[in-house]
Ligand binder design. Structure first.
Ligand code: SF4
Length: 461
């Protein structure tokens, strides 16, 4: 039996396409969800993984499979449906899983033969058995998986095509920020894989750098931090200290033992969601966590950097409290915090979030010609009505942020500042590549974004 697992690309996003920008190779990682599904698949199935971010294959020229599995974040959904249509026209059944199919199940069912909702571990075996018997059900409820049941991902697939390998140690987040669907999809309990399972899997990864795809690697409580420390200690003990990067909340800065172990186990950089430079903005997003303990962000960033770990900050623009000038305000805050790189995203009501429910109730979602419009839900396009900013103003604020934070003068200043603090050529090159990559992607995005916003700007406040 032959199975194709497809990670569809998004035609309007440059960030993930290796052939659009050679710096993207540092930002594209192996599609871990599909590698895990491949790991759940018994050996009598021949599995081929297709990641369209590496380029589109000639589907017609490939041997005909017995089953196709597609996954999709919301912005990939239109392309996922195109791939599904292509194979269904050949008489091949298509099953779709992932976050979009979970939260837009009925829509997905119009385009595919079966949908797996939630996490796939408990459902995939049945999907394959039913596919073999030509008796696929329409819906398989995956729910929340037992963390002991996650098999090692098939890291042997697509070997040699990526700079970044990927692994996951935890799922779920208790914070439930209004714009994020992690809590709705993976639950509000922070669940951890057995350390030994993660160590076994790390041994299988061959890529130069590893991304921990966890939405928040270290969690929020003491027992969560204790797990992370155990993991880092085990990595050090086993000599698995290849460079790695992760996402975490700002409490990453609060425990020097954790930082020291992270650095010794190979941590090179952390993405942190600062989200908004204002208290009102953080309250509006439901991210009060960042305000706990009267945090001094500059000091927190310094504590992380003292361990040789770079900090990339993420901010959201278009919050109901944001006014004209927010782009400059974020650029000033990012400079003041002393972060090494920053990313500004546009507030986007993703299905499954509290924000989506709220904006839908208020009739504020403007890009709603579904499924076609999902391709704009990349967090880089305006898709709703924003309280104080038109689409053109919003895009102008993003431009102002990027123009200021990623001017060559500011990049040079950051690099000189960093060079005074570290003699590590690796750290310097990581930060330089991150800065140039964000700068060049912004220029690319600008071209695509400009025409869409110009054509619709007048009608959206
Ligand atoms: S944004 Fe981060 S902290 Fe907030 S719910 Fe999502 S994963 Fe948790």
């Amino acid at each position: 039996m032959r199975l194709y697992l497809v990670n569809p690309d998004n035609p309007v996003v440059s960030l993930n396409k290796v052939h659009w920008n050679r710096l993207n190779k540092y930002r594209v990682w192996k599609p871990l969800g599909l590698l895990v599904v491949a790991g759940l698949t018994p050996p009598d199935w021949e599995v081929t993984l297709i990641d369209e971010n590496l380029g589109h294959p000639d589907y017609g020229g490939l041997p005909k499979p017995d089953l196709v599995g597609v996954t999709a974040f919301t912005s990939q959904a239109p392309r996922a449906y195109e791939v599904a249509a292509l194979y269904r026209a050949m008489g091949v059944p298509v099953v779709m899983g992932g976050i979009h199919a979970t939260f837009r199940r009925d829509e997905a069912l119009e385009h595919v033969d079966a949908v797996v909702t939630g996490e796939a571990e408990s459902a995939w075996g049945q999907v394959l058995a039913d596919a073999r018997n030509h008796a696929l059900r329409r819906v398989y409820e995956g729910g929340i998986s037992d963390m002991d049941s996650i098999p090692p991902a098939r890291h042997d697939l697509l070997r040699g095509r990526y700079y970044l390998g990927s692994v996951q140690t935890t799922r779920g987040c208790p914070l439930n920020c209004s714009f994020c669907s992690v809590t709705a999809f993976n639950g509000g309990t922070y669940r951890r894989r057995p350390v030994d399972d993660v160590i076994r899997e790390l041994r299988l990864i061959r890529e130069k750098v590893i991304l921990f795809v966890d939405d928040n690697l270290i969690g929020t409580r003491e027992d969560h931090l204790a797990y992370s420390k155990d993991l880092f200690r085990a990595m050090i003990q086993e000599g698995l200290t290849r460079p790695w990067i992760c996402q975490a909340t700002i409490n990453f800065a609060d425990d020097d033992e954790l930082l020291e172990l992270a650095a010794r186990s190979g941590c090179q950089g952390v993405f942190i969601g600062f989200e908004s430079p204002t208290v009102e903005g953080l309250m509006a997003l439901g991210k009060k966590f960042n305000l706990l303990k009267g945090r001094d962000f500059r000091e927190s960033v310094r504590r992380i950097q003292r361990h040789g770990i770079c900090v990339v900050g993420s901010f959201i623009i278009g919050i109901d409290t944001d006014q004209r000038g927010i782009g400059e305000t974020i650029a000033r805050a990012a400079k003041n915090y002393g972060i090494d790189a920053a990313n500004v995203l546009i507030l986007t009501p993703l299905p499954g979030t509290k924000l989506y429910a709220e904006m839908e109730r208020e009739g504020r979602i403007r890009s709603n010609d579904y499924p076609e419009d999902w391709k704009y839900y990349t967090l880089t396009y305006p898709v709703a009505s924003y309280a104080h900013l038109t689409w053109a103003e919003l895009v102008d604020e993003v431009d102002r942020f990027n123009g200021r934070f990623y001017s060559y003068a500011q990049i040079l200043q950051r690099m000189l500042h960093l060079a005074r603090k570290t003699h590590s050529p690796r750290t310097l090159s990581v930060v330089l590549v991150a800065n140039l990559s964000y700068r060049s992607n912004h220029i690319l995005e600008r071209r695509v974004l400009g025409s869409r916003v110009r054509s619709t700007a007048q009608s959206h406040l």
